[in-house]
Design a protein around this ligand. Structure first.
Ligand code: GLN
Length: 557
């Protein structure tokens, strides 16, 4: 049987959570026993987001096959079991790259190459490729209806409806129903305009997911239904929620899955959302909290470390804890250990995440020193592992000039240097060590205890590596290399046995963490941090108790 398609578009404004909506629909369909795949088209001209600033575009999510993709693919993986690859994310740039390569090869046999049909055909064949072997393919179109750049994608999904018919295609439109405080009313006009815009390009939406901060009354729903030409039951309240993991439950409550099965004529199957309900139960009833400091180059921007933040949440949920995370600007720690004491003392764990460039490095090194010396649980990811090695080389091995050639190409001690396989490569696009690689874990290490297995596979995105010339010196002083590539070329994990929890990895475990399958590195880091918090709390209480019982000397004159 060939797959059915659900097309997700967005209107009125960006950031309405189309990606989360697509992922939640996937989750609901899986809960009904259907297999799904999810893909996203991004209308911008970059070939991929790999060279775009995460502070402008958000995180670059990496798939097993090493594609640098949009962060929404992270949501797709966290909410479903879809196996994602570079086939699941296409930009206008990549579509055109394909077409131009074909044109140069002469594949078009003398024809004029045009948006319709050549670009739209390329888009449609990309959709059909991900739809192989699944019951339902969910296709998210990035951007907002009305954008010039998204037109070829809109046209392609319109053609898909023409080709495959009503029973095999479904249009879901995510829109906004704002509450206007001055009028004390929910306003439907932006939604009406957005649907009108869709209609003008030949697309009649079937389901409207209305983002709003309160429930839509029956009156409002019927008004939207009337003006937008959809059934009243297909006007869905997509109300703001405290946790993103509640979205599938909200959609389920509004009957989204039942509607999809009805419209797509899918044989109804029993629904099982128990694991998600239990998860949300845990989100709402934490037994305590844990405070983590992330020390990074810039202060936080909401989307730039999406997977990292979610992975920390998963780690906390695994222990039934509420996570509080604060971003500490690394440059503010450059003054030294006193600045670290002032800014980091209230945290239970310290994390240095991935990053590029020199800015803030000295502050990160101070934070790592503080974590190492004060025995605060430390977790270093990619750049955070590299800086942990530099800190150890400088402050434990006495190599004051230890550095990465990324930050100081002329340094006498290049403890971290450019990946040997990348020497001579100067182009920036797609030229890192990317995607999943096998790592062998040393028995008897913390890493081995955490993973419980000798071989793992994790995703990478980096240009620099640990320089094995320093291995002997650093390990003699107490650093342990706990993971390497099977051929021994690359160091993948380091740790400090003489510390309650100090671990660094060259890969990005955050890309593989899911709410229902928290990543072991995040689970154990949070566990260690919580333990430290509890211990500090009880020490503080004991000290206060002792103060209270101490005999008071009263001077008698
Ligand atoms: N800048 C470092 C490198 O390229 C770290 C990269 C990262 O943290 N993702 O190796």
């Amino acid at each position: 049987m060939s797959a059915k398609y659900i097309f997700v578009t967005g209107g009125v404004v960006s950031s309405l959570g189309k990606g989360l909506a697509a992922a939640s629909i996937g989750c609901l369909l899986e809960s009904r026993g259907f297999s799904v795949n999810i893909m996203k088209f991004d209308p911008y001209l970059n070939v991929d987001p790999g060279t775009m600033s995460p502070f402008q575009h958000g995180e670059v999510f990496v798939t097993d096959d090493g594609a640098e993709t949009d962060l929404d693919l992270g949501h797709y993986e966290r909410f479903t079991h879809a196996k994602l690859s570079r086939d699941n994310n296409w930009t206008t740039g990549r579509i055109y790259e394909q077409i131009i390569a074909k044109e140069r090869r002469g594949d078009y046999l003398g024809k004029t190459v045009q948006v319709i049909p050549h670009v739209t055909n390329e888009i449609k064949s990309a959709m059909k490729k991900v739809a192989q072997d699944v019951d339902v393919a969910i296709v998210e179109i990035g951007g907002t209806v009305g954008d010039i750049e998204s037109l070829p994608f809109m046209e392609a999904i319109r053609q898909m409806r023409q080709e495959l018919g009503r029973d095999n295609t479904l249009f879901v439109h995510v829109t906004l129903v704002p509450f206007i405080a001055a009028a004390q009313e929910l306003k439907t006009k932006p939604t009406q305009h957005s649907v009108k815009e869709l209609l003008s390009i030949g697309i009649q939406p079937n389901i409207l997911l209305c983002r709003t901060d309160r429930f839509l009354s029956k009156d409002i729903k019927s008004k939207i239904a009337l003006f937008c030409n959809v059934e009243e039951e297909a006007v869905i309240t997509a109300k703001d929620v405290a946790s993103i993991y509640e979205v599938p439950l909200v959609f389920s409550h509004e009957g989204v899955d039942a509607l999809i099965m009805k419209y797509l004529r899918l044989e109804p199957k029993e629904k099982d959302l128990k694991p998600w309900k239990e998860l949300v139960e845990r989100v709402n009833n934490p037994k305590g909290d844990v405070k983590i400091a992330i020390v990074g180059k810039y202060v936080e921007y909401e989307d730039s470390y999406k997977s990292l933040k979610e992975a920390l949440v998963h780690g906390a949920l695994a222990h039934n804890l509420k996570l509080s995370v604060n971003w500490i600007e690394a440059e503010g720690l450059e003054a030294g250990q006193r600045a670290c004491e002032e800014q980091l003392q209230d945290y239970d764990g310290i994390l240095v995440p991935g990053g590029f460039g020199k800015r803030g490095i000295e502050g990160m090194l101070q934070a790592i020193r503080y974590a190492r010396e004060q025995k605060v649980p430390y977790f270093g990811i990619c750049l955070g592992m590299q800086t942990a090695c530099i800190e150890f080389a400088r402050n434990v091995c006495g190599l004051a000039e230890a550095n990465s050639s990324e930050f100081d190409p002329a340094t006498a001690h290049r403890v971290i240097y450019k990946l040997r396989e990348l020497r001579g490569v100067e182009e920036l696009g797609g030229t890192m060590r990317l995607g999943a690689w096998i790592c062998k874990i040393e028995p008897g290490t913390l890493a081995h205890k955490i993973y419980g297995q000798a071989e793992i596979s994790e995703r990478h995105r980096h240009r620099y590596e640990f320089n094995r010339e320093y291995e002997e010196q650093l390990t003699a002083a107490g650093l342990r290399i706990s993971g390497s590539t099977p051929d021994g070329t690359y160091v993948e994990m380091v740790e400090l046995p003489d510390h309650p929890h100090f671990i660094g990895c060259q890969f990005h475990p955050e890309f593989k963490s899911k709410p229902l399958e928290p990543h072991p590195l995040f689970r154990t880091f949070i566990g260690a941090a919580y333990e430290r918090g509890q211990k500090r709390e009880s020490e503080k209480n004991a000290a206060e108790l002792e103060m209270f019982h101490r005999p008071v000397k009263v001077a008698i004159r």
